[in-house]
Design a protein around this ligand. Structure first.
Ligand code: NDP
Length: 315
């Protein structure tokens, strides 16, 4: 005889703003949601410092503190938050079968996927050493702290073009390092880049080192290398922004769900519905355009309401 598996109404995979907002709504609807926190409990915001653009915090808030608040609010209404990583899903029939940490199996009437996306990094040691001390992968999150200062951005796609032009509005100078002799960004975005006076593009340039000290000093300069002639240039900078793309955390769902060419989940416009009834997606995992805590929270709310309606309709 097989063991009896635990059955859950709403299983939420991932614990960023989307996951916890879904949990708050589902818990208040008495659906006793379970959140499986994943590899990075609290999500991407736990790696940032000040968050100044989330409504409701007039003085700003530290990213990790904000995620503790999200969690506490979800738990106040009975959310069951669990350590663990979902290692396998079976969406072939309902209730869905979810494996956690390669051992525990759960059954879920509905699943909300809020596994987020992870910024890609160059992979050099200085990035880790100075992360949070001038090194960032999110201009809209951290750009404000470099008002009037010089910064370097790396990348040649739409993200880099967008981040560089965004930063140019507040920084005294932005240097964009593009490793090829051309940018991959759309023509319209490139035009914005080239039309921005305080934004200099260095083609065929890569990052050799980010110079500075963790702590109050932070990033002081960036050593770039021309990959055609190996000539090095030291660029004064207080901020270093990596903008070489994001990887959505969707590998787990390859066999079941539709994704775009970059791996982001495809959902029905204006809802959180994937093509499998009862499986919903919220947050960055299905959004490569906005990628903000507030937009993630909004779609988390949508997913919980969609799950609630689905359960009511499928009693
Ligand atoms: P992309 O994959 O389009 O571009 C990544 C860029 O980073 C490329 O120029 C690539 O260089 C460069 N790069 C990658 N690795 C390194 C490295 N190790 N060192 C230096 N440079 C590196 O990612 P994006 O995030 O820019 O865009 C992803 C998708 O999202 C795209 O479809 C884009 O159009 C879309 N997007 C749309 C926006 C909008 O419409 N407003 C805004 C942002 C993104 P190389 O070209 O040499 O490979």
């Amino acid at each position: 005889m097989g063991e009896k598996l635990e059955e859950i109404d709403v299983l939420i995979i991932g614990s960023g703003p989307a996951g916890y907002t879904a949990a708050i709504y589902a818990a208040r609807a008495d659906l006793k949601p379970v959140v499986i926190q994943g590899m990075q409990p609290g999500g991407q915001l736990t790696t940032t410092t000040d968050v100044d653009n989330y409504p409701g915090y007039p003085e700003g808030v530290q990213g990790p503190k904000m995620m503790e608040d999200f969690k506490a609010q979800a738990e106040r209404f009975g959310t069951d938050t669990r350590w663990g990583v979902v290692t396998k899903v079976d969406f072939s029939s309902r209730p869905f079968k979810i494996e956690v940490d390669e051992k525990d199996n759960l059954l879920a009437k509905t699943v909300i996927i809020s596994t987020g996306a992870s910024a890609k990094w160059l992979g050099i040691e200085d990035e880790k050493r100075l992360n949070g001390f001038g090194v960032s992968a999110c201009a809209t999150c951290d750009g404000f702290f470099y008002k009037g200062k010089e910064v370097v951005v790396v990348g040649g796609g739409d993200t880099a073009a967008e981040e560089a032009t965004y930063l140019a509005k507040m920084c005294s100078k932005v240097t964009l390092l593009v490793r090829k002799d051309s940018m991959r960004a759309s023509k319209a975005m490139q035009k914005r880049v080239f039309d921005t006076k305080n934004l200099e593009v260095l083609f065929n340039h890569e990052t050799k080192s980010i110079n500075g000290e963790p702590g109050p000093i932070g990033v002081e300069s960036v050593t770039a290398i021309n990959n055609l002639n190996n000539k090095e240039t030291i660029i004064p900078a207080s901020g270093f922004f990596v903008a070489i793309g994001h990887t959505p955390n969707t590998k787990l769902f390859n066999d079941y769900l539709e994704m775009d060419e970059n791996g982001y989940l495809i959902i029905e416009a204006g809802s959180s519905k994937t093509k499998i009834p009862g499986v919903f997606a919220a947050g960055d995992v299905a959004d490569h355009v906005y990628r903000q805590a507030i937009t993630s929270a909004g779609t988390g709310c949508m997913a919980a309401l969609d799950a609630e309606r689905f359960i009511a309709d499928n009693k």
